[in-house]
Design a protein around this ligand. Structure first.
Ligand code: GLC
Length: 445
């Protein structure tokens, strides 16, 4: 098998899954002020580390989390096994600032893997390449002697994660910054050991080769300084340059943003906005990784729980418009917005297209600029069969829709075409005379 074929086979489940749950959780959750506080608030370790003693997860946090992921319709979960603060949710031989040797007194990664696996979901681990605990990370010239140990810690911890918990489906690295890259004056270090790519400094080619030997089926994201299996646009939905490359947009509920627990979030998106991003990612061929920041006890709060429930209810009714769909041709012919963009967005599978309506027209929906012939339509939201009639200009009128939106987030109309749908070429002025015809997809005439 070639590398490309191997990658394609490993990515098969990912492309069907579409929707994952990101979980930022650690001893910072105790304060409920996000995941950045150690460095953002410049807390010396003597002030920060006691949080790990106060960090006391409930006994059933992991099965509850797995249940929430299932209920919201996620197909995989990604948990922060270590964030930038260096605190490990797993037992590690490298240092004692970890869950087994502080407040929790347990290996939380073990509990997580077991519960998520038992729920039938794919298991992902987030791991921050940088650790703010090293003086050498901030001042690599004064503390140059720390650098080999800092790199060794990364390699050892990743090996621990890849060997102690059975099958891991995804490794989600973050922030492969070379030590000192944010230190004033770093630009004068040309030619020094620090003037290296993250890949060279952290030896991530070697690291990831080992990961793949231990977990041959694993998917690795693009944040170890190497492109690996998939891209990770953050807080935005944007496809990779290479249309064949997999990607996953990750996003928080709040705009601020905070990924860890937030007691008081002041700028949340609505469930409708979150769903819009989910559908937007899926129609363009990507995945959507929606984030939650559980409380220190490990439970999802009402702010995020409410949105998860709404998404779950929507996916329960409309999941076939999302899972295992593919981008098809509708948005791949140079029309980023595509047909019907002012109603909503299409997803598709074979001859079936789904129009998720973010703008509800009431009865008398008009489908235009799409070929070939439309055979039938159904309101997926209620299962009601709709009437399809041809109109001039290669349009179709769909009737039988209720006057008011039948779903609080976004109703979906399911359309069966004669063959796989395609966008009609940009039309000339003939439509003003009612003479515009479907003459096949662009480039086929
Ligand atoms: C940003 C945040 C970090 C978070 C990550 C997730 O880099 O700084 O805290 O873990 O996004 O992609």
């Amino acid at each position: 098998m070639s590398d490309a074929e191997d990658r394609k086979a490993r990515l098969a489940w990912f492309h069907e899954a579409k929707f994952g749950l990101f979980v930022h959780w650690g001893c910072y959750s105790v304060l409920g002020r996000g995941e950045q506080l150690f460095s953002r608030d410049m807390m010396p370790p003597a002030e920060y580390e006691p949080l790990a003693q106060q960090f006391r997860p409930g006994g059933d946090w992991a099965p509850q989390l797995a249940q929430s992921a299932l209920d919201t319709g996620a197909k995989y979960v990604v948990l922060t096994s270590r964030h930038h603060d260096g605190y490990c949710l797993f037992d590690t031989a490298t240092h004692d600032f970890n869950a087994a040797k502080t407040g929790p007194g347990r290996d939380l990664v073990a509990e997580y893997v077991q519960a998520v696996r038992a729920a039938g979901l794919k298991v992902g681990l987030y791991y921050s390449v940088v650790s703010w605990r090293w003086r050498g990370f901030w001042d690599p010239r004064t503390y140059a002697d720390e650098l080999p140990r800092l790199i060794e810690e990364l390699h050892t911890q990743v090996r621990e994660l890849m060997t102690h918990y059975g099958r891991i489906d995804m490794l989600w690295y973050d922030v492969p910054a070379v030590p000192g890259s944010r230190t004033p004056g770093a630009e004068t270090w040309t030619g020094s050991r620090l003037d290296q790519s993250p890949e060279a400094f952290y030896r991530t080619a070697e690291l990831n080769d080992q990961v793949r030997r231990l977990q041959p089926h694993i998917l690795i994201n693009n944040r170890s300084g190497r492109p690996e299996d998939f891209g990770t646009p953050e807080q935005r939905v944007s496809p990779e340059q290479d249309p064949d490359r997999a990607w996953e947009a990750c996003m928080t509920l709040n705009y601020a943003p905070g990924w860890g627990c937030l007691k008081h979030s002041m700028a949340d998106k609505s469930a409708g906005e979150v769903l819009y991003s989910l559908v937007n990612a899926v129609r363009l061929g990507g995945n959507f990784l929606f984030n939650v920041g559980p409380t220190a006890a490990g439970y999802i709060d009402e702010r995020e729980g409410r949105v998860l429930r709404l998404l779950g209810r929507w996916l329960d009714r409309h999941g076939e418009a999302i899972y295992a769909t593919h981008p098809g041709r509708i948005y791949t012919m140079g029309q980023f917005q595509g047909p019907g963009f002012h109603y909503g967005m299409f997803t598709q599978r074979g001859r079936t297209a789904y129009l998720t309506l973010f703008y509800y027209p009431g009865d008398g929906l008009v489908i235009s600029r799409l070929g070939p012939a439309l055979r039938s339509a159904e309101l997926l939201t209620t299962g009601r069969r709709l009437t399809v009639e041809p109109m001039s200009n290669a349009r179709w009128r769909i009737t039988g829709l209720p006057e008011n939106p039948p779903d609080p987030l976004a109703p979906v109309v399911k359309l069966e075409f004669e063959a796989e749908p395609y966008p009609l070429p940009q039309c000339d002025a003939s439509w003003l005379n009612g003479d515009f015809r479907d003459t096949g997809p662009a480039g086929t005439r």
